[in-house]
Ligand binder design. Structure first.
Ligand code: GLY
Length: 368
């Protein structure tokens, strides 16, 4: 088992990464389960695979599961979803010192974490992420949120979990496309800050995607360790360190907005292509070589992810994509910071990027 500490003063917690953690949930999370009845939040897909195992494991440790099961998909991260979850937690008698378990992907984790941040001014929660994306990104670091009519994740809070159990067995049943979408975030850690890990992924990526146990554990552990280091340095994204995790996200956000935040382009796929665009844009500014940018593109396409903007057949121009960026929540006093590259493994926050230049670059890429 890999155990990665997230070193936040006074609120340190552990991310445990191994197979079989869900089957041991009573023991693994036992320190946080002070009452017999354990409130769990999940979605119907995850419940179909894991409800029984969780109930048996909790039963074995003298606990009893109580479930709040939401519909799969972003729709659950709404005001309405928040209201029904908090009402349920109140009816369950959850107190500040209690812990709620979030069992699922990013939607379940974000919704549950946010509900726990406001329930009685804050109760505890344990994350059990069941997708690769949630294991390497959203379950670690305490960003929680819901969506509103104005956009995704605009209402939220920083609220750290007390424990994260990343059970690699949960990835066995993950659809291949979801696995690839999560792999985009794994690649991101190499591109933004760890050239050696990037090189390792260039050769071992197929084994990670094939879910070979050792390769998978190494990829998840190294990604989580990278995220834990960054979060410990800049929990609330104020110094610029945590902003590096947004590599690929500004371009990606525009692509998601243009495709209606639909299954046409999953978040991870948009981030993957966004990362290639950030690399190529950095090359256009002369900050990295074209060869390095194309190395990023090859690693992305080698992971079965989109690496060519022209391949999306979008019916829009670069200006329209750039306009979507104006609604990005990272906008700061009228300027949009971009994460660019000085090399593979060397990302930085650029504050001098003109959206008109981005639009011209995107026009080139749309035709390439
Ligand atoms: N997913 C970006 C962050 O956690 O900061």
């Amino acid at each position: 088992m890999a155990m990665i500490p997230v070193a936040l003063a006074g609120r340190e917690y552990e991310v445990r990464i191994a197979r079989g953690l869900i089957d041991q949930i009573g023991e693994e999370a036992g320190a946080f389960l002070r009452k017999k009845r354990v409130p769990l939040v999940t979605d119907t897909n995850v419940a179909a695979f894991w409800r029984r195992a969780v109930e048996d494991a909790l039963d074995a440790s003298g606990h009893e599961a109580s479930w709040h099961v939401v519909s799969p998909g972003e729709g659950a991260k709404s005001w309405h979803g928040l209201e029904s979850l908090t009402d349920w937690l109140l009816a369950e008698g959850v107190e500040r010192g209690d812990h709620v378990i979030a069992l699922g992907g990013g939607v379940v984790g974000d919704l549950t974490g946010f509900a726990c941040s406001i329930l009685k001014r804050g109760c505890g929660f344990v994350q059990i992420p069941t997708t690769l994306l949630a294991q390497v990104d959203s379950s670690v670091g305490g960003k929680t949120a819901i969506n509103t009519g104005a956009g995704k994740n605009l209402i939220g809070a920083f609220h750290q979990p007390s424990l994260v159990l990343a059970d690699l067995s949960a990835l066995e049943t993950l659809p291949a496309r979801e696995m690839r979408a999560g792999y985009a975030e794994v690649l991101k850690y190499g591109v933004l800050g760890d050239a050696e890990f990037f090189a390792w992924l260039e050769s071992m990526g197929p084994r990670v995607l094939a879910r070979e146990p050792e390769a998978l554990e190494m990829a998840v552990a190294r990604s989580v360790a990278a995220k834990a280091r960054i979060v410990a340095k800049d929990e609330r994204e104020t110094t610029g360190a945590r902003a590096l995790l947004n590599l690929g996200h500004t371009f990606g956000h525009a692509l998601e907005a243009e495709t209606g935040f639909s299954d046409t382009l999953l978040h991870g796929e948009a981030v993957a292509l966004g990362m290639v665009l950030a690399a190529r844009y950095s090359a256009r500014r002369g900050e990295i070589s074209k060869d390095e940018a194309e190395r990023v593109a090859r690693a992305v396409s080698g992971g079965g992810l989109p690496s060519e903007l022209a391949g999306l057949s979008l019916k829009c121009d670069g200006q329209k994509l750039a306009n979507h960026m104006l609604h990005d929540k990272k906008m700061d006093a009228g300027t949009l910071p971009f994460i660019l590259l000085r090399g593979i493994g060397d990302a930085y926050l650029a504050k001098d990027v003109e959206l008109a230049d981005i639009a011209a670059f995107l026009d080139e890429q749309l035709l390439a």
